[in-house]
Every structure is written in structure tokens, then in C-alpha cells.
Design a protein around this ligand. Structure first.
Ligand code: 5GP
Ligand code: ZN
Length: 132
């Protein structure tokens, strides 16, 4: 994809801080980190998000997620991470080249992923499942 920043990063045409790469995937530091070693893992080929990436490519990306987390665990002793993917504008995706965030977390880091839960929606579960 011509104007995709992550395609340019994967090809070495735009500056990035590389953590790891193999034939299929590339891992680099997020330019706006929310914690130390906040990392993005992308397929080298362009896919917009979870909806169009093939299962085969997804498995390759996830295998690099595991490698990066193991690296951080072994070298830095990191033991707490959040692994996040946003797919679609309404799901707060900003860059439309599939990517997985690895966000190391520490006590008192002032970050907080907080979902609003709706226990009362349990009564709709049977209807929801009937539709799929
Ligand atoms: P999203 O909101 O799509 O899940 O996340 C996109 C992420 O890409 C953001 O955290 C943002 O900081 C990061 N990002 C956007 N442009 C660049 C860039 O040019 N280089 C790097 N390293 N990260 C970027
Ligand atoms: Zn791309």
C-alpha cells in the first residue's frame, strides 16, 4: 500500500526502532509509547485489520508477539503485559495496517484499561447466540 506508514516501516523506507523481525513480521517501538517498551508487531504484507488478514499470516504475527514477550521477559524481567488489537474505526483503530500492541504494565504506571460492564445483558445471551 503506497501511502501506508507501516508498509514503509516494514520495508525500511521510514524510520523505526526495530525490536525484532523475521521473514513475515516486524516488531518496533510505538512512537507514542504508553509505557516503556510499548511495541507494535505487524505483518510485512499489508492487511487492514483482523477482518482481512489471513489465518496463516495472523499465526505468523502472533508467533512474533510471543517471541517479543519472551525476549522482554528473559532480558528485562517483564512479567505483566497487555496485548491489544483494534480492528475498525469504531473500535478505535487509527492505523489501518494490522498491528498488535504489546504494552508492558507496572504497578502505579497510571495507565488503565477500564471496560464498562453490563451484567443485566446476560438475559439477552440466548437471543444473541440464536443469531449466529
Ligand atoms: P491503533 O490506535 O491503530 O491501535 O494504534 C496505532 C499506533 O501506531 C499508535 O499507538 C501510534 O502511536 C502508532 N504509530 C502511528 N504512527 C507511527 C509511526 O510512524 N511510527 C511508530 N513507531 N508508531 C506509530
Ligand atoms: Zn500497510
Amino acid at each position: 500500500m503506497k501511502d501506508c506508514i507501516f508498509c514503509k516501516i516494514a520495508k525500511g523506507e521510514a524510520k523505526s526502532w526495530k525490536v525484532y523481525e523475521d521473514e513475515h513480521a516486524y516488531a518496533f517501538l510505538d512512537i507514542n509509547p504508553v509505557s516503556k517498551y510499548h511495541t507494535l508487531i505487524i505483518p510485512k504484507k499489508h492487511y487492514e485489520n483482523i477482518f482481512d488478514i489471513t489465518e496463516e499470516e495472523l499465526l505468523k504475527v502472533i508467533s512474533v508477539v510471543k517471541k517479543v514477550v519472551s525476549l522482554y521477559n528473559n532480558k528485562l524481567g517483564i512479567k505483566n503485559v497487555q496485548i491489544v488489537n483494534s480492528s475498525g474505526a469504531e473500535a478505535q483503530q487509527d492505523v489501518f495496517h494490522f498491528h498488535v500492541h504489546v504494552v508492558p504494565r507496572t504497578l502505579g504506571d497510571n495507565q488503565n484499561i477500564k471496560w464498562t460492564t453490563h451484567k443485566e445483558w446476560r438475559e439477552t445471551f440466548d437471543d444473541l447466540l440464536a443469531k449466529i
